[in-house]
Design a protein around this ligand. Structure first.
Ligand code: ATP
Ligand code: MG
Length: 265
């Protein structure tokens, strides 16, 4: 039996560093969870809208977006759309999200907008993955206030740990002031290149520093993962057997095991 009536696991994918694999992880982890029967919503909170495009919602078909959720001009049920993938929904982004900081400058509840907007639909989903922009701004704070945990994609490169302490401090601050229940879901190493000694060295350093917070599953550098978005489908649909897709299936399995969630739908 699955725990259908329980509150959803709301997970913010955050790292203020750009291009570390937040969106690729949101799309493919979301697809992998959906594939094992978990009703999953991806919330695209990045004005770039890459998660929306990657899940088949192009820029011209985003009349209602997460901008409306943040400004309160539409409800979650108006914004959320089914994707082509069974069990997977998307709340698409739009470029006007980049002005949300300014638009809400006088709003006292500006950090709580996303939480308030998704709360009414929470019981319809088992997982809600929020794809954050590469900044510790109002949008990312909204994601961390709405979330129960933060999943941090970390690229296996020389400066991997740089910036992480600032991210962890931000999580601590939000925990103290706005969301006491916030935890760190885990750190997932991305773009691991097994032919490159540096990747192995970085992975070892990160595990040495952060221990069990780091997922065993490592996402390899895999060209299929980067090709899939141009076909507007997750890598798991584009090429289910590629190393990247298989890694995201393992990541979903590891996450569900960590959370003690039954795999069977
Ligand atoms: P941003 O901070 O701009 O939102 P991001 O953290 O969401 O970026 P992605 O968009 O997921 O990062 O990835 C950055 C680029 O790297 C994209 O072109 C993506 O297709 C590619 N990419 C992501 N993960 C991998 C991987 N494991 N192997 C190869 N390419 C990858
Ligand atoms: Mg992104």
């Amino acid at each position: 039996m699955s725990d259908d009536n329980a509150a959803p696991r709301v997970i913010a994918l955050a790292n203020q560093k750009g291009g570390v694999g937040k969106t690729t992880t949101a799309i493919n982890l979301g697809t992998a969870l959906a594939a094992v029967g978990k009703r999953t919503l991806v919330v695209d909170l990045d004005p770039q809208g890459n998660a929306s495009t990657g899940l088949g919602v192009g820029p011209r078909s985003r009349e209602r977006s997460t901008y409306d959720l943040i400004t309160g001009s539409a409800s979650a049920s108006d914004v959320i759309r089914a994707t082509e993938i069974p069990n997977l929904w998307i709340a698409p982004a739009s470029p006007d999200l980049s002005g949300a900081d300014i638009d809400l400058i006088d709003a006292r509840d500006r950090n709580l907008r996303l939480r308030a907007a998704i709360d009414p639909v929470g019981s319809e989903f088992e997982f809600i993955l929020i794809d954050c922009p590469p900044a510790l701004n109002l949008l990312t704070v909204n994601a961390m206030v709405a979330a129960g945990s933060v999943l941090v994609p970390l690229q296996c490169e020389f400066f991997a740990l740089e910036g992480l302490s600032q991210l962890l401090r931000t999580i601590e601050m939000i925990k103290k002031s706005l969301n006491q229940k916030l935890t760190i879901q885990g750190i997932v190493l991305t773009m691991y290149d097994k032919r490159n000694n540096l990747s192995a060295q970085v992975a070892e350093d990160v595990r040495g520093t952060l221990g069990d917070l780091v997922y065993q599953t490592v996402i390899p550098r895999n060209v299929r993962l980067s090709e899939a978005p141009s076909h507007a489908v997750p890598a798991l649909v584009y090429d289910q057997n590629c190393a990247g897709s298989q890694a995201y299936i393992r990541l979903a399995g590891e996450m569900l095991r960590r959370e003690g969630v039954a795999l069977a739908a």
